[in-house]
Design a protein around this ligand. Structure first.
Ligand SMILES: [Zn+2]
Length: 349
């Protein structure tokens, strides 16, 4: 394994950003290769500790000559966001300088060709270009995030499903959300779009994997979860031939929920106030079930507003904080059919 340091120039003198990249050289040039990154949203740490737990497993495989495909790992993908504190609170989701989400604005290339990259830009744009450059060319690209509070789930482009069902089973996630359009330039979109209109021998959809992994919630940074998530990542790498491990059984069928993005109800809050949730991630709800009560005028007649499920489904996520403004989303309900409020466009990660 080799460690190198990437440097991103800041936009003032004396400021620059660094992050480490770890590379395992594969023994077989024909074997699938893998790229893993975590904490693109810099405060989302379940993937960081999962990678920390995975590294000794990779080191052991390397010492035994079982790493077949090249593996590139970026455990802390966002040194810019990692350093952003605003009035004592960490702000890892948006770049404070440009107000741009760190997981938006990736270049959507017409082909997997790094010569098509924009050469300059703000530090966050340079970081995005560099991360995409590091990842392009790998058959398997995993972007490890987490939600606010939630189940473990994946975003997967429709062109890769159900071919990626073995990956979802290997990782042991609870749900898969399928998406088809990315106009905003998420990292996942930028990882898959360059392969949509190229010859089949370049696209290689038979072995391609690209996904945004949502490892539950912000507070699910836990040793036991990190170990089980690392085992899931390892099973995926074995199942897809990046690592050889004949002792490991092949993943079974994926038994979690699978739904298109348009089936998700986000439940914008009708009023601002304090949220009393009736449901938590993992709950199944019937149409009309109460999801939450918003206390907007405490102690006053009519000071509570209830929110009900518009359709039956699975509670995928909810907010970790209990204060909400009107119009902000209360939760993600994965419905059995298309949401009447389906948001067009990108995955919400
Ligand atoms: Zn995220």
């Amino acid at each position: 394994m080799q460690k190198s340091i990437e440097r991103i120039a800041g936009d003032s003198e004396g400021v620059s950003y660094e992050f480490p990249v770890f590379r395992f050289e594969g023994a077989d040039k024909a074997a699938p290769s893998a790229y893993l990154q975590a904490a693109l949203h810099a405060g989302e740490l379940p993937g960081v500790v999962a990678i920390d737990a995975l590294m000794p497993m990779l080191a052991k495989a390397e010492s035994e000559g079982r790493i077949k495909g090249a593996i590139t790992i970026v455990p802390w993908a966002n040194p810019i966001g990692r350093a952003q504190y605003h009035f004592g609170e960490h702000q890892g989701r948006f770049h404070l300088g440009t107000r741009t989400n760190f997981n938006r604005g990736f270049p959507l290339l017409a082909a997997p060709d790094t010569a098509l990259f924009p050469a300059h830009g703000t530090p966050d744009q340079q970081l995005k270009a560099r991360l995409l450059q590091l990842s392009l060319g790998h058959d398997i690209v995993l972007d490890l995030h987490c939600d606010d509070e939630g189940l473990a789930y994946l975003y997967v482009h429709t062109s890769l499903w159900p071919a990626m069902a073995d990956c979802a089973a290997a990782m042991g996630v609870d749900a898969v959300v399928l998406w088809s359009e990315d106009s905003d330039g998420t990292f996942e979109g930028a990882s898959i779009m360059p392969y949509q209109n190229v010859p089949a021998d370049v696209a290689r959809f038979d072995r391609r994997v690209a996904t945004t992994v949502e490892y539950r919630g912000m507070l699910d940074v836990d040793g036991a979860l990190a170990s089980s998530d690392a085992e899931g990542l390892y099973r995926l790498l074995v199942a897809r031939g990046v690592i050889a491990d004949p002792a490991l059984p092949a993943p079974g069928a994926f038994t979690g929920a699978v739904a298109p993005l348009e089936n998700i109800d986000m439940m914008p809050a009708p009023r601002a106030g304090a949220i009393l949730y009736d449901v938590k991630p993992g709950d199944r709800v019937a149409k009309g079930a109460r999801l939450a009560t918003i206390v907007h005028a405490p102690g006053e007649t009519g000071g509570r507003t209830e929110v009900f499920a518009p359709q039956a489904g699975l509670i995928l996520t909810r907010r970790s904080r209990r204060i909400i403004r009107s119009g902000e989303d209360l939760l993600k309900l994965v419905g059995d059919r298309k949401s009447a409020d389906a948001r067009s466009g990108t995955l919400e990660d």
